[in-house]
Design a protein around this ligand. Structure first.
Ligand SMILES: [Zn+2]
Length: 229
C-alpha cells in the first residue's frame, strides 16, 4: 500500500503533540464514576471538540467512512475500563477533584475486532458501495439528495437486495419510475453487487473527514490529497 504524505491542514483545534502512552497511566480507575470538570486552558479547544480516533488492535481505523471517532467521554471511559491503549493525546486536560487526565486523540483497541465479512445491507452502505454516485447519470451527490432505486422494480418482482438496489439521484429515480431498465434505456453504470467489508472500507478511504487532527495522520492513508481548510 502506498502511503502518501498528507499535507498540513489548516489549524487544528488546539496545539497537539504526540505523547507517549505511559503518561496517561496515572489516571485512577475509581475516577470513572466522577463527573468531569473541565478547566479552561489558553489555546485549548473545548473537550467536545476533541474526539478520539479509534484504531483496531492492528492500528488501522475501525472504520474509514464514517471515520471511527469516539467522544472524549467514551474514550476516557474506555481507558479506565482498560479496553484501549492511548496512542496520542490532545493538549487538553479535564479534571475532577481526584485526578486529571489528558484527553486521548488516538486510541487503539486491545482486542482485535475482525471485520464482518458481510457488511450490513443499509442505505448508507449502498451509497458507499456506489461512492455516492447516481448509477444512472453518473453524478455524485450529497447523501440527502440521494435515494435508492430497484433496478427491477418491486412491482415487477424485483427484490430489495444488494444485487437489485442501486444509488440513484431523485431525478433519475423519478424518470425511471416503474419501468424495466431495457425498456426505459436506463441501465446502471455498474451492476449492483454484494460488497465485502474490505471493498466498503476502500471506498470510504476516498472520503477524507472534515476535521483531521494532526495526530491522526499517521493512521489514515488517504489515496487523495486533502485540501487545506
Ligand atoms: Zn441521476
Amino acid at each position: 500500500m502506498s502511503r502518501k504524505t498528507i499535507p498540513q491542514l489548516g489549524r487544528p483545534p488546539g496545539r497537539s503533540r504526540h505523547a507517549p502512552a505511559h503518561k496517561a497511566a496515572s489516571v485512577s480507575r475509581a475516577g470513572i464514576q466522577t463527573r468531569f470538570q473541565t478547566r479552561e486552558w489558553p489555546l485549548a479547544p473545548p473537550p467536545d471538540h476533541c474526539p478520539a480516533l479509534v484504531l483496531n488492535a492492528d492500528f488501522r481505523p475501525l472504520s474509514y467512512f464514517p471515520l471511527s471517532l469516539w467522544s472524549w467521554q467514551e474514550a476516557v471511559k474506555a481507558v479506565f475500563l482498560e479496553r484501549v491503549n492511548i496512542v496520542s493525546h490532545y493538549d487538553r486536560v479535564v479534571r475532577s477533584p481526584s485526578f486529571e487526565v489528558r484527553l486521548p486523540s488516538v486510541i487503539s483497541l486491545k482486542e482485535f475486532i475482525p471485520a464482518t465479512r458481510r457488511p450490513a445491507f443499509t442505505r448508507f452502505n449502498v451509497f458507499l458501495r456506489d461512492r455516492f454516485t447516481c448509477q444512472y447519470c453518473g453524478r455524485p451527490f450529497p447523501t440527502h439528495d440521494l435515494t435508492f432505486d430497484h433496478v427491477i422494480p418491486r412491482s415487477r418482482g424485483g427484490r430489495t437486495t444488494w444485487e437489485n438496489v442501486i444509488t440513484s439521484c431523485s431525478a433519475c429515480n423519478l424518470a425511471k419510475g416503474d419501468r424495466l431498465p431495457h425498456v426505459c434505456g436506463m441501465i446502471p453504470l455498474s451492476p449492483p453487487f454484494q460488497p465485502t467489508a474490505y471493498e466498503l472500507q476502500e471506498n470510504g478511504r476516498a472520503f477524507p473527514p472534515n476535521f483531521l487532527h494532526e495526530s491522526w495522520r499517521d493512521f489514515l492513508y488517504w489515496d487523495s490529497e486533502l485540501d487545506p481548510m
